[in-house]
Design a protein around this ligand. Structure first.
Ligand code: FNR
Length: 376
């Protein structure tokens, strides 16, 4: 089908399932533990696993639209990363590895699409295109946030930090929810060619799936004191990606980071880790003061403009999408990634108008109702 036939982000996913290799589909779509064996036994409606609940959690949040409020013109722009990065939409591309498994241009599709539509791209430490090529594909002033996995060999990570500072990245996302990879059985079973990453991460390549092949260098002994190590070697704003409790947001604030990304790695790390939206709801209820000290971003299961607006109303400053952009570029290259952004722009603007707001600042917790969790 032509890219214009894609009306929502799920359309891209269905398309990808048809065209991707078994290995790429397994790597992109898989999650931890029981996402698949339970699927064989249970109806999908009863399937409560991290990857599904990330999305279902948004179903607990309902809008309280206001009417007769002159919504002809809406503004979706915001300033992120402490006010220094302009973003035309409050969504960003979550760093996800190996875009070339889906399309020969890989991450460059995402860089060019993000540049054309003025949104932030998070670039994975395990990107399949070299960082130099990605940075060279930027438009003038286009923001890139580099996602770091800390290497057991710290000097290797220090070299990367030096490079991204020299080349003008805007911030770093330090991923903290994957000291080891989740057990992704579909990825482990899928047979495919040996993978390589543009970043030269040098993992082992003896079976065990794509994730294992590219993650061997990651240090499982990373600890809070490493925030100091980071600050010594990098002056860029730091976001901790993969925070999953209010207590850890408190610790992050105490360690003086720019922001936190509430995330469970798209359900790919620890199965039954709570949906990031629920952590955001907890944070809003228990420590609303922390939103003044930290920028709170969130990712996982975001597929609709309404999801984005809900997270913003609850206090998030930006919302990340991982798989949808991988799927969009897999099927259609750069035009697919652009179409995905356009779909989100249309859905976010439409949602704001129907909700009776014209700027992101007006999105407040009073505009939504959070229903209690119901257990199966
Ligand atoms: C990821 N994610 C990820 N995160 C990270 O910090 N470094 C990485 O290299 C990757 N790689 C990666 C590969 C693939 C195939 C996926 C699907 C995801 C996690 C990603 O940044 C994000 O947290 C989730 O994808 C968000 O969930 P959704 O939007 O995919 O539901």
């Amino acid at each position: 089908p032509p890219v214009g036939a894609m009306l929502n982000l799920d359309d891209f996913e269905r398309c990808s399932k048809e065209i991707l290799t078994d290995q790429a589909w397994a790597y992109y779509s898989s999650a931890g533990d029981d996402e698949i064996s339970r699927l064989l036994r249970l109806s999908p409606l009863l399937l409560r696993t991290a990857v599904n609940e990330n999305r279902n959690a948004y179903g607990r949040v309902w809008f309280k639209p206001r009417i007769l409020r002159k919504v002809g013109v809406v503004d979706t722009a915001s300033k992120l990363v402490g006010g220094v990065v302009d973003s035309a939409l409050p969504i960003y591309i979550s760093p996800a590895a190996m875009a070339k498994l889906g399309h020969p241009e890989g991450e460059l599709n995402l860089t060019r699409a993000a540049g054309a539509h003025k949104i932030i791209q998070g670039v994975s430490a395990n990107a399949s295109v070299s960082l130099d090529e990605i940075l060279a594909a930027r438009e003038e002033g286009q923001p890139i946030i580099y996602q770091l996995y800390v290497n057991k060999d710290r000097s290797a990570s220090e070299r990367i930090l030096q490079k991204i500072q020299e080349k003008g990245c805007q911030a770093v996302m330090l991923t903290v929810d994957a000291p080891v990879m989740g057990k992704r059985e579909r990825d482990m079973r899928a047979k495919g060619e040996v993978v390589s990453t543009g970043g030269g991460s040098g993992g082992d390549t003896h079976g065990g799936g794509v994730a294992q092949a590219i993650s061997g260098y990651i240090d499982p002994n990373l600890a809070w004191e490493d925030v100091k190590w980071f600050k010594k070697h990098c002056k860029l704003p730091l976001f901790l990606k993969g925070i999953q409790t209010v207590d850890d947001v408190v610790l992050a604030a105490q360690h003086g980071v720019q922001g936190v990304i509430l995330s469970n790695h798209g359900g790919r790390s620890l199965d039954y880790s709570r949906p990031p939206l629920d952590v955001l709801i907890d944070l809003r209820q228990q420590r609303p003061d922390l939103f003044e000290h930290l920028e709170v971003w969130v990712d996982g299961g975001v597929r609709r403009g309404t999801d984005v607006v809900k997270a913003l109303a609850l206090g998030a400053s930006a919302v990340g999408l991982g798989r949808p952009f991988l799927y969009a570029q897999s099927g259609f290259g750069q035009p697919g990634a652009e179409r995905a952004i356009e779909i989100m722009r249309d859905e976010v603007e439409r949602c704001m108008r129907l909700l009776g707001v014209t700027s992101l600042k007006e999105l407040t917790p009073e505009m939504v109702e959070v229903l209690p969790r119901v257990f199966a």
